[in-house]
Design a protein around this ligand. Structure first.
Ligand code: SF4
Length: 351
C-alpha cells in the first residue's frame, strides 16, 4: 500500500517538479553467491540491512521551498541525494516533471540530472583544491555545451553566476583555500547555478557557517528563488531556519516521513508527537504558549528499528497498538498528513 494515501489539495493546479514514489534506500554488504549460500545455512550471522530511507513518497512543487527536518541519522541526507539524482533508490522511483528518471536515456537523462543540483554542508570538501573559482564554476557548463550555446565566453559566463551568488568577480582567480567559509559556499552556489537548475537540494547548507553568514546565505537563497524561479528542498535539523524559509515542511524519523503540512500548520498546530517534541526544543523568546515535552533518548539504530511505530520508545503518548503496528502516513486534514495511531483518520483523499 502506498504509505501516503494522499497528495495535495492544490495538486491539480500545481506543477510537481520532482517526486519520489515508494522510494527506499537500503545499505548492506554486497554478497557473492557463496556468501549468500553460507548465510542461508545459518553458520554466519545474517547480514543486516540499514533502511536509511524506507518507503517514502514526497513531491516538490514548482517554486516552493519544502523543508525536510529530522535529527542527525534519520535519513534526510540520503533522501536528499535520492531526490537530487545522486543516489539511486533501492526500491521505488524518482520522477522528474512526471517522467521516471531511471527510464530516461542520453540527452534527456543528462538534462534531468543537471536540472537538480545539490548544495552541500561542507563546501570545502566539494571544491577541487587545485582549481580556481573560475574553473570550478565553468567546468560543468563547458562540458555540457552551455557556455558555447550562451554566446558568451567563459569569463563572462562565469562572471554572471558569480554575480548571482554575490561573489565579487576579482575572486575568480583564487583557490578554495584562499576563501572564507561563506565565500566557498557562494562558489558552491555559483557552480550549481551555472548549469541552470530548476531545483536546488540544500543539505544543511548553512549549518557549518557563522550565524551572521548563515543569514546572508539564506537571504541569497530567497533572492535567487525570486530572480531565477528556483524550487528548493531545504534539509536541516534547525527548525528555526526551516520555519523562516519554508512553504511546507516534511518531518522525518528513522527513514520515514511522519508528518507533512504547510509551515504555519506545522509550527502552530503540530500533530505528530515527534514534531511536537522537536518544536519543544526550539528556544523561543515570544510568549506563544506551547507546552510540549522535549525529546528524550537517542535515535534508535536504523539497523534494528523498534517494532511497530519506530518512535514508540520515545513517545510520551505510546499505546499498546503502537508497539506492534507501524502507522502509515495518511491525510488527517486538508494539507496535512500524519503517521500516528492517535490521529482520527479521515477518509482517503487529497492532502
Ligand atoms: Fe506515539 Fe503511537 Fe503515535 Fe507512534 S503511533 S507517535 S508511539 S502515539
Amino acid at each position: 500500500m502506498n504509505t501516503l494515501e494522499a497528495s495535495t489539495d492544490t495538486k491539480s493546479e500545481t506543477n510537481i517538479v520532482a517526486q519520489i514514489e515508494g522510494a527506499s534506500k537500503h545499505f548492506g554488504p554486497k554478497r557473492d553467491l557463496f556468501g549468500r549460500l553460507i548465510e542461508r545455512t545459518g553458520l554466519i550471522e545474517q547480514y543486516r540491512t540499514v533502511r536509511a530511507v524506507d518507503n517514502v513518497n514526497l513531491e516538490i512543487r514548482q517554486g516552493e521551498v519544502l523543508g525536510l527536518v529530522g535529527e542527525s541519522g534519520c535519513g534526510k541526507s540520503t533522501l536528499g541525494r535520492m531526490i537530487a539524482g545522486i543516489t539511486p533508490p533501492t526500491h521505488g522511483k524518482l520522477l522528474w516533471n512526471g517522467r521516471d528518471v531511471s527510464t530516461l536515456t542520453g540527452r534527456d537523462r543528462r538534462e534531468a540530472k543537471l536540472r537538480m543540483q545539490m548544495i552541500f554542508q561542507n563546501p570545502f570538501a566539494s571544491l577541487d583544491p587545485r582549481a580556481t573559482v573560475e574553473r570550478i564554476v565553468a567546468e560543468a557548463p563547458r562540458v555540457h555545451g552551455m557556455i558555447a550555446r550562451s554566446g558568451m565566453d567563459a569569463t563572462r559566463y562565469v562572471g554572471r553566476y558569480l554575480d548571482f551568488a554575490g561573489l565579487p568577480s576579482h575572486l575568480r582567480n583564487r583557490y578554495p583555500h584562499e576563501l572564507s567559509g561563506g565565500q566557498r559556499q557562494r562558489v558552491g552556489i555559483a557552480r550549481a547555478l551555472a548549469v541552470q537548475p530548476d531545483l536546488l537540494v540544500c543539505d544543511e547548507s548553512v549549518a557549518a557557517l557563522d550565524v551572521s553568514i548563515q543569514a546572508q546565505i539564506i537571504n541569497l537563497f530567497m533572492d535567487l528563488r525570486h530572480e531565477l524561479g528556483l524550487t528548493y528542498l531545504f534539509i536541516s535539523h534547525d527548525m528555526g531556519v526551516v520555519e523562516h524559509i519554508s512553504d511546507r515542511v516534511a518531518i522525518m524519523y528513522l527513514g520515514r516521513i511522519v508528518e507533512q503540512a504547510g509551515v504555519n500548520e506545522i509550527f502552530t498546530r503540530p500533530s505528530h508527537p515527534y514534531t511536537q517534541a522537536l518544536l519543544a526544543e526550539i528556544p523561543r523568546l515570544d510568549p506563544v504558549k506551547r507546552h510540549f515535552t522535549a525529546l528524550k533518548g537517542e535515535l534508535p539504530s536504523p539497523l534494528n528499528p523498534p517494532q511497530g511505530c519506530h518512535f514508540n520508545p520515545r513517545c510520551t503518548q505510546v499505546m499498546d497498538r503502537c508497539r506492534v503496528e507501524l502507522p502509515i502516513l495518511r491525510r488527517t486534514s486538508p494539507g496535512r498528513a500524519v503517521a500516528c495511531h492517535l490521529e482520527n483518520l479521515s477518509p482517503k483523499g487529497s492532502l
